[in-house]
Design a protein around this ligand. Structure first.
Ligand code: SF4
Ligand code: SF4
Length: 343
């Protein structure tokens, strides 16, 4: 079985009219009959809360998408989930020219979905998103420093879960403190929002309290707290199992749009010097009903553009393909795709 992925090439110089046109043309590929109905609730998953707003989609695309959805008299809103780090650490982004409700999830409304996976038994999703008639996810596809790739699968899994669900996933790869280098300066102990770091000659994380927010990684003056990439397979399994819970039986109700533009590695604001370094020229916008196919196509396109496996180059220890293989094996979608260029 293969899934269709439609794409249009883009460049940094693409004029605004061409960007609007590309959203309209790509959306029309998803279904050749009218796909949206009057009064349908449509959740457009965007990035509204992010450190330095690095995951925000170009407003031109979002404006055009909302204009199309409004033309069907739908009840459209832009939505994002709360990050694990303190909200005051990141900037709240607003699409200024878009006149629809833009809000960050209310964590009190939980939709529990049994998934019985290897790691996740019951996913805790946001009712505000998952009770919508349709969901459209806008994802800035990029290499990710813990999971390997951050695409549609991760967006559906982590960013449509409530906070306790996010923690359950991130905890699979919570950071660790190296035995060498800790000065016992107590910065992490004083700043940890969960009081999860204890001092026993050197700092140690109490994993029963840790929510894997990675704040300690960012603030340690000696770079002694480390991202746990050895556990990337575990977090990827948890992500795929959450994605399964979030998408099961909803194939035609969820549309995934991946942007391969302004591509930088996602370090979630750790102190990496190369966090703002562009990895490639702009490549394409992709659309599909299949989160696995669109992520596999995005990953392949990015690697082709760079000429090597970008995740292996950045973090040798992470097997990014594992996320896609596992998602395919538990039927989140299909990694075999048919790529169709739209002009
Ligand atoms: S901030 Fe770093 S050096 Fe200071 S106690 Fe924590 S781990 Fe040790
Ligand atoms: S120990 Fe580190 S990752 Fe865990 S909750 Fe505290 S600051 Fe966050």
């Amino acid at each position: 079985m293969t899934s269709k992925v439609f794409y249009m090439k883009t460049t940094k110089q693409s004029p605004d009219d061409m960007k609007r046109d590309s959203i309209e043309k790509l959306l029309s590929q998803i279904n050749d009959t009218d796909i949206f109905r009057k009064d349908e609730n449509i959740a457009v998953k965007v990035n509204l809360a992010d450190v330095k707003n690095k995951g925000c989609t170009d407003p031109i695309y979002v404006e055009k998408l909302v204009e199309i959805l409004k033309s069907y008299d739908t009840n459209t809103h832009l939505i994002d989930s709360k990050p694990l780090y303190q909200l005051d650490e990141c900037e709240k982004y607003t699409y200024e020219n878009i006149d629809v409700c833009q809000h960050i999830l209310n964590d009190s409304e939980i939709k529990k979905v049994d998934v019985d996976g290897e790691i996740i038994k019951t996913a805790k999703l946001s009712k505000q998103i998952h009770n919508s008639d349709k969901i459209i996810t806008l994802t800035q596809f990029k290499p990710h420093h813990i999971c390997g790739i951050a695409g549609a699968i991760k967006n559906m899994a982590i960013d449509t879960a409530v906070k306790s669900g996010k923690i359950e996933q991130y905890r699979q790869a919570a950071p660790f403190i190296s035995k060498i280098g800790c000065l016992a300066c107590k910065v992490c102990i004083n700043e940890c929002p969960q009081k999860a770091v204890e001092l026993n000659s050197i700092a140690q994380i109490n994993y029963t309290k840790c929510i894997a927010c990675n704040l300690c990684v960012r603030i340690c003056p000696k770079d002694t707290v480390k991202i746990n990439r050895i556990k990337s397979d575990f977090i990827n399994k948890a992500i795929c199992e959450y994605a399964k819970a979030a998408t099961e039986n909803r194939k035609n109700d969820i549309i995934y749009i991946n942007f391969l533009d302004d591509i930088k590695a996602d370090y979630e604001d750790t102190k990496q010097d190369d966090a703002n370094e562009k990895l490639s020229d702009d490549i394409a916008i992709l659309i599909s009903n299949d989160p696995v196919a669109i992520d596999q196509a995005s990953y392949d396109m990015l690697n082709d553009a760079i000429g090597e496996d970008i995740v292996e180059k950045l973090w040798r220890i992470i097997d990014a393909q594992m996320q896609l293989n596992y998602a395919d094996s538990i039927n989140v979608g299909c990694k075999d795709y048919e790529l169709v260029e739209i002009k």
